[in-house]
Design a protein around this ligand. Structure first.
Ligand SMILES: C[S@@+](CC[C@H](N)C(=O)[O-])C[C@H]1O[C@@H](n2cnc3c(N)ncnc32)[C@H](O)[C@@H]1O
Length: 207
């Protein structure tokens, strides 16, 4: 079946929250993201493909210094659930939600941190370089994405998931000073580990 990103995510967004199952992989992902971001200072955030606001809630709850948070997703259902998800949090009034896809999103504003969690892996390979360039141009300090990354794409990869060469793409952008890849893996006991097969990609802009 061919993958039409807009149609696929608009449809999946209707049941996404209901079907979402929290697991030790998400727990590790969230833990490592918070731990990593605590090394940096930011007060404004642009979140791309925020879904039902899982990361929105996480960041709001862990970074009281946030004063300005703009989050968007192409799915109106996800955005409605995201509003419900953060309602009542002390900082919820600093969040503005919008329905938009990345491709048509426009802003003259720049944010300290631009973040996309599990979104860029769903962007078509033909668009990824342009999209990453656009997202970096919306930041004035940091760009962060969390995505599936392995050396080789397995043969059974789902049609809506792609492994992109994030590090290479970031390194090709002159506005970036450095790029860091942090694999989301943790040893668990002697023989086993939690391996999300994801990495945090964190880039710092030149000032
Ligand atoms: C796997 S979910 C991740 C949701 C959330 N970021 C999280 O980590 O829990 C992917 C989200 O990206 C959104 N999305 C996919 N392609 C998009 C695009 N081109 N523009 C905006 N949102 C997009 C989908 O609607 C969906 O909500």
């Amino acid at each position: 079946m061919s993958y039409n990103p807009g149609e696929y995510w608009a449809e999946r967004g209707k049941e996404y929250k209901k079907n979402f199952k929290y697991s030790d992989k998400f727990e590790l992902q969230e833990q490592m993201l918070i731990e990593y971001l605590k090394k940096y200072s930011f007060s404004s955030i642009l979140e791309v493909g925020c879904g039902f606001g899982r990361i929105t809630k996480l960041l709001l709850s862990n970074f009281p210094e946030i004063t300005d948070y703009y989050a968007f997703d192409l799915s109106p259902h996800q955005i409605e659930n995201a509003k419900i998800n953060i309602a009542g949090l002390p900082k919820s009034e600093s969040v503005q939600f919008a329905v938009s896809d990345i491709q048509s999103f426009q802003s003259t504003k720049r944010y300290d941190l631009v973040i996309a969690s599990e979104v860029l892996l769903h962007i078509l390979p033909s668009e990824i370089e342009q999209i990453i360039g656009k997202l970096v141009s919306l930041s004035n300090k940091y760009m962060c994405n969390i995505d599936w990354y392995e050396e080789k794409t397995p043969r059974n990869a789902a049609p809506h998931n792609f492994i992109h060469q994030y590090e290479k793409i970031y390194k090709s952008l002159p506005s970036l000073k450095s790029v860091h890849q942090i694999p989301i893996v943790k040893k668990k006991g002697f023989f086993s580990k939690i391996d999300t097969k994801q990495s945090i990609f964190f880039s710092i802009l030149r000032v």
